[in-house]
Design a protein around this ligand. Structure first.
Ligand code: NAP
Length: 246
């Protein structure tokens, strides 16, 4: 599998799953636009890609802001020579039980997790439609499939992202653009490191493979869906969850 001559945009690539995805594309010969709201971590990822001999550019972008997203896609085309793959990975949690959930906790999660992918996808589809080639991969979640106490906002955003994936897949299929989702289970990143030991042990007891996933486990699934080999797969939701939900 090679990404030679392919340019990917990965959002939230300063750390965690996004960083692992960006590095995996680079290790397979691709160039990467590293997008994050935290420029220091984005630059760190871009530096690492540069040291692997690939082109990378880091940009501070809030995916919820359409102007910033459109500027970023323009820069990507101009400086990296195009855009072939978009990975909508940036996401946040603002957990609370539904009865206690504040409006801003609901709105901020929707803005990043759902409006973010809408902004980025709409912006890249203009380029991808013209070139009659593209791969869009949305990072959903197991929680969007099965629900989770304290995450009504997050699970709704991820279930929404799955509906979005299937609709985009239908709309752009004739232009040789695929759109798929990856639904990770519980992955060992900053997002899950705040879990108490008790919650962690409970979680593990529900995972047949008896371990949390790694960012690399998710990255492998993403690069497959972004590859030439996955050209006839679209509108699919690929679970990467150690068997926790099937
Ligand atoms: P993470 O470690 O928190 O990384 C997410 C990155 O996105 C951070 O660098 C974050 O920056 C950035 N970001 C946040 N808001 C942004 C915005 N508005 N615009 C641009 N970048 C923004 O999370 P992760 O665990 O790698 O998760 C990555 C994706 O996988 C998310 O969509 C998440 O919902 C999904 N997922 C994760 C798990 C899991 O168990 N970890 C499971 C299922 C799905 P800051 O740190 O500065 O906020």
């Amino acid at each position: 599998m090679t990404f030679d001559g392919r340019v990917s945009i990965v959002t939230g690539a300063g750390q965690g799953i996004g960083r692992a995805i960006a590095l995996r594309f680079a290790s397979l010969g691709g160039d990467v636009m590293v997008v994050d709201i935290d420029i220091d971590s984005a630059e760190e990822t871009a530096r690492e890609i540069g040291s692997m001999g690939r082109k990378a550019m880091a940009m501070k972008v809030d995916v919820g802001n359409m102007d910033e997203v459109e500027r970023m896609v323009g820069e990507c085309v101009e400086r990296l020579g195009g855009v072939h793959i978009l990975v909508n990975n940036a996401g946040i949690t603002r957990d609370n039980l539904i009865l206690r959930m504040k409006e801003d906790e609901w709105d901020s999660v929707m803005r990043v997790n759902l409006r973010g992918p809408f902004n980025c996808t709409r912006a890249v589809l203009k380029v991808m439609s013209r070139q009659r080639y593209g791969r869009v991969i949305n990072i959903a979640s197991i929680v969007g499939l099965m629900g989770n106490i304290g995450q009504s906002n997050y699970s709704a955003s991820k279930a929404g992202l799955i509906g979005f994936t299937k609709t985009v897949a239908r709309e752009v299929a004739t232009r040789n653009i695929t759109c798929n989702a990856v639904a990770p289970g519980f992955i060992d990143t900053a997002m899950t490191r705040t879990l108490t030991e008790k919650v962690r042990q409970e979680l593990l007891s529900n995972i047949p493979m008896k371990r949390l996933g790694t960012p690399e486990d998710v990255a492998h699934a993403v690069v497959f869906l972004a590859s030439e080999d996955a050209g006839y797969i679209t509108g699919h939701v690929l679970s990467v969850n150690g068997g926790m939900y099937m």
